[in-house]
Write a protein that binds this ligand. Structure first.
Ligand SMILES: CC(=O)N[C@H]1[C@@H](OP(=O)(O)OP(=O)(O)OC[C@H]2O[C@@H](n3ccc(=O)[nH]c3=O)[C@H](O)[C@@H]2O)O[C@H](CO)[C@@H](O)[C@@H]1O[C@H](C)C(=O)N[C@@H](C)C(=O)N[C@H](CCC(=O)O)C(=O)O
Length: 486
């Protein structure tokens, strides 16, 4: 593709400045990683958190880069296009290069619920007969794929390559998760969205965003920069940050669709909790639906409503969307019922690794727990340290038995992380080895109890130092349940 076409309208001036011959360079591919550059490709130098891509321009040119994009001039033999925001250039150029995506795409942002909303949206679309996909923390799921991915919001080149492949495979509808990192780093720029959603905001990623307001502002890029004017913005209205989301979406000229108890588009009038099932009364205009949602947790009702809002906004009849909620399958590792003890206690795995999520999951299981709530959790190393005592306090307040264990210690000393949690968890029982902690919790189970193994959800590894060892909460929990069966 010619460099001038790759750059698109937004960056045409910067290309024109360098003359017609530069615009006419034929580009064979693009990458922000010099190590992936091959002859004829475009190298985009990004200033990162660990390295500055500008330092690798010479390396990229030596490997055959036909041109370079950077935020400032660099002395090399290949033409250098200087742009204010190389990350946005990379994303828009990737969209132009791959040039196709599923016709109807939606994105969901928020601290919690993104994976469930993307999964439920895919399931409702699939129920309505569309070839649908989801992209996010648990990877890519489509009629033909179930691939694990490492980022919640993939890097732009990989993302646009994936969207083109999904379109080629016949996928017409795709729901993707928009993380605050992804939004802040322009990873989704160039994706054509039919609708977008906001679930909620809680304490998270304080190691990346300087303040909670900056964190919210990053999330709001979805509404104020990416979603085309006039498109539907679905907002969970019961979250304290929803007013801000409504303000941003209104100012950006979107069609604001609020859902929840305070929602005007889909109004939740009543919800009854049963063991691993909930019955919700939902009003949509003059229509009233009684929806049986086969999942535990108030927050799953919220996620189901956001997904229903997105699918109705993209053309699924309300009655069909509500019907589809009755057969929802929970997303992997999201309050996922792994099994029951011999005495009938329920044992779940949940991805909650942030204070609000832990609070939500522990609160959600209380109504149907006739015995004790037992929680096993830890906190990751090299990430927001402030959340450790907060999570310790939440666990002690909301669970009857608290086992503090290791999450992904990364480069930190695991015992130090645990002691920071334990400082705010007087009733915490400390068992560093995660498999042993799960086993100890299962050994305690008696009739009516609910066990939550929180923190790792769908993950299949535990990162200790710089090594990720195979580990699955799911597998360990199932093993322990089998062991105590006899
Ligand atoms: C902290 C963070 O978000 N980092 C992201 C960022 O990397 P960076 O710019 O800091 O990279 P860097 O290592 O400083 O390198 C700068 C540049 O030099 C280039 N380089 C480097 C070495 C070399 O030899 N040649 C070369 O060209 C690199 O390719 C890069 O373009 O930009 C990269 C390109 O978009 C991302 O892949 C990378 O995500 C890393 C892998 C990551 O782990 N991110 C996590 C924190 C993340 O994004 N998480 C969110 C959500 C999490 C959640 O909600 O829980 C997600 O969406 O997954």
């Amino acid at each position: 593709m010619l460099l001038r076409e790759l750059a698109g309208a937004e960056f045409q001036d910067q290309i024109d400045k360098l003359g017609a011959e530069v615009g006419a360079i034929d580009i064979s591919g693009l990458s922000a990683d010099s190590r992936k550059i091959e002859k004829g490709m475009l190298f985009v130098a990004l200033a990162g958190t660990k390295a500055d891509g500008a330092a690798y321009v010479a390396d990229a040119v030596a490997r055959g880069a036909a041109a370079v994009v950077a935020s400032h001039a660099v002395e090399v033999s290949a033409p250098v296009i200087v742009v204010g925001n190389p990350r946005r250039f990379l994303a828009l150029a990737a969209a132009n290069f791959f040039g196709r995506q599923p016709e109807t795409m939606v994105a969901v942002t928020g601290t919690a619920g993104k994976t469930s909303v993307a999964s439920f949206t895919r399931q409702i679309w699939a129920g309505a007969g569309y070839a649908a996909a989801q992209i996010g923390t648990t990877g890519v799921i489509s009629p033909t794929r179930n691939d694990y991915g490492s980022l919640t919001t993939p890097d732009p080149v990989g993302l646009h390559r994936l969207l083109a492949e999904l379109a080629d495979e016949g996928v017409t509808h795709a729901a993707m998760e928009a993380s605050s990192h992804g939004l802040d780093q322009s990873r989704l720029d160039g994706v054509k969205l039919a609708a977008a959603a906001f679930t909620n905001l809680g304490r998270d990623h304080m190691d990346y965003h300087p303040t909670v307001e900056a964190y919210m502002a990053a999330k709001m890029r979805l509404f104020d920069t990416l979603l085309p004017k006039g498109a539907p913005a679905v907002i969970f209205a019961d979250d304290p940050w929803s007013a801000e989301a409504v303000r941003v979406a209104t100012e950006a000229g979107h069609k604001v669709l609020t859902v929840g108890r305070n929602g005007a588009f889909l109004t939740l009038k009543r919800v009854e909790h049963f063991r691993h099932k909930q019955v919700a009364e939902v009003h949509f205009g003059d229509e009233i639906f009684e929806v049986h949602i086969p999942l535990a947790g108030d927050f799953q009702v919220a996620n189901a409503l956001v997904a229903a809002g997105l699918t109705i906004a993209t053309g699924v009849p309300a009655a069909a969307a509500m019907k589809a909620l009755e057969t929802l399958q929970g997303a992997s590792g999201r309050l996922e019922l792994v099994g029951q003890s011999k005495a009938g206690a329920l044992a779940y795995v949940d991805y909650a690794h942030k204070p609000d999520a832990l609070e939500n999951v522990l609160t959600s299981v209380r109504p149907f727990t006739t015995g004790r709530v037992i929680v096993v959790f830890g906190c990751g190393g090299d990430r927001d340290k402030g959340k450790r005592p907060i999570m310790g306090e939440i666990a002690c307040r909301l669970a009857d038995i608290v086992i503090v264990t290791d999450d992904n210690p990364r480069s930190e000393v695991p015992a130090v992380i645990r002691s920071e949690i334990m400082a705010a968890a007087p009733k915490g029982i400390e068992i560093g080895d995660r498999a042993q902690a799960i086993r100890a919790a299962v050994a305690m189970l008696s009739s009516g109890d609910t066990l939550i193994v929180a923190g790792k959800g769908h993950e299949e590894g535990q990162t200790v130092g710089s090594v990720t060892l195979p580990f699955s909460d799911h597998t360990e929990l199932r093993k322990a349940l089998e062991e105590f069966e006899h």
